[in-house]
Unconditional design. Structure first.
Length: 426
């Protein structure tokens, strides 16, 4: 599906975004191994999170859907059953990596795979710690999906992440729920802590302090009434849109403000963006609030180190914004982008180039000089949801209509993206 995006005069109004994708994944998986029936309100409608629901259903959890609300009748820690067929994680790296930690602790053999894009994403970073815990895992060429996981009795380990990754951390902690003893994960750079908060909400014995996270198993999780906050990663696209287009004034309601994710707001504020947080509150262990953004001059900035790890999913949107800032944007320490749904460094550079924007791609990042303008062009999502959305936003600031090829990729995380965009763009 192609989408035609016309230039916008302003971005204005108020929007509510779909449930946070990262939190939705975790709530669904933990609900499946909890005792009792959990209710998850504002569950993400994105294809990735629907893949997770399909996987937990195939493992024996009973799932009922009612619009944006989902109920999951959990099977307890030892109640999952062997799936009748290979589990399908779709396009979701989160689903396959995190769920593998749960599968490693089962008494049966399972296989899990996904689409063509997922089949190219390496899994050795989860395979090694799970093998250390006692699971047996086979993969295509030793590191790519499909994965064949022979669950076994697991033992606790003390594991230092070689590269900061919330998905790998979650995989090990989920396996630790089934292991005898206390599993410890040490992270070199702080990553998003949705897993720690969710485990605590479900009643797990978990501790997190100064980059050392531990969970004691075997665990007993209890069903919960849960609310998923709006997705801050999705909000990033609309924040950038309002900063790109003159005379814009937008309010985004009910957004997750987890400190390990709200670095986006700190980074934008450091660039001089007119962004404010209103009405902060707590729901289901997560901070939630409303965000107000107005257009205005933005200086630019450098994204590196721990900040890059915290904002890795927001780089496509920030690269687009960088082109119109005063000083541009530099992204470093982002080699992880090379193994996302696409090589995002390459696909960002390709689409910016098509729009006449100068960009320098590096092995672990990119540099986008400021003070540039977007030229109308035919753009491509390359099947990557974040690339589709980032360049739909860039198209709003172009000098004429732009076509986004394979625009349906946005539905992986945000099926309502284009209807929401039309709602606020004029």
């Amino acid at each position: 599906m192609n989408e035609l995006i016309s230039p916008a005069r302003s971005i204005h109004g108020a929007v509510m975004l779909p449930g946070d994708k990262s939190i939705s994944h975790r709530f669904a998986m933990l609900s499946a191994i909890a005792e009792g029936t959990s209710t998850i309100r504002n569950y993400s409608g994105g294809a990735d999170c629907q893949s997770t629901l399909g996987c937990v259903e195939a493992l024996g959890a009973v799932v009922e859907r009612d619009g944006k609300d989902v109920t999951v009748r959990g099977r307890g820690l030892e109640g999952l059953r062997a799936p009748a067929a290979r589990l399908d994680a779709g396009n979701s790296g989160s689903a396959i990596r995190m769920l593998s930690g749960i599968l490693a602790g089962q008494k049966f053999i399972s296989e899990i795979a996904g689409d063509e894009s997922l089949a190219r994403r390496p899994m050795d970073r989860i395979m090694q710690p799970l093998a250390d815990m006692g699971a047996r895992i086979e993969a295509r060429e030793g590191r790519f999906p499909p994965l064949r996981i022979e669950g076994r009795p697991l033992h606790a380990i003390d594991y230092t992440l070689p590269v900061a990754s919330a998905q790998v951390k979650t995989c090990v902690l989920f396996a630790g729920l089934f292991a005898e003893g206390t599993t410890i994960v040490r992270e070199p750079v702080r990553t998003r802590d949705h897993t720690e908060l969710a485990l605590r909400e479900f009643g797990a014995d978990i501790s997190a302090r100064k980059g050392v996270i531990s969970v004691t198993g075997p665990a007993r999780l209890e069903a919960r009434e849960l609310v998923v906050p709006g997705d801050l990663s999705a909000a990033a696209f609309f924040l950038v849109a309002a900063l790109l287009i003159p005379d814009s004034n937008l309010v985004i309601s009910g957004v997750g403000l987890n400190p390990t994710r709200s670095s986006l707001l700190d980074f934008l504020a450091g660039m001089g963006a007119n962004v404010r947080v209103l009405d902060v509150r707590q729901e289901s262990g997560e901070l939630v609030g409303d965000i107000s953004v107005r257009s205005g001059p933005v200086r630019g900035g450098v994204l590196e180190g721990a900040m890059t790890a915290a904002l890795i999913d927001e780089v496509p949107a920030l690269a687009v914004l960088g082109a119109v800032t005063e000083h541009g944007i530099v992204v470093r320490d982002a080699s992880e982008l090379r193994v996302k749904e696409t090589d995002r460094i390459a696909t960002i550079a390709e689409n910016l180039g098509r729009m006449g924007v100068q960009v320098e791609a590096c092995p672990d990042g990119l540099r986008v000089p400021g003070g540039q303008r977007f030229r109308a062009a035919e753009l491509d999502s390359f099947g990557d949801h974040r690339i589709a959305m980032a360049f739909s936003i860039a198209a709003l600031a172009a000098d004429g209509p732009c076509t986004i090829r394979s625009a349906e990729a946005a539905s992986v995380s945000f099926p309502e993206f284009y209807s929401t965009l039309r709602q606020i763009a004029s």
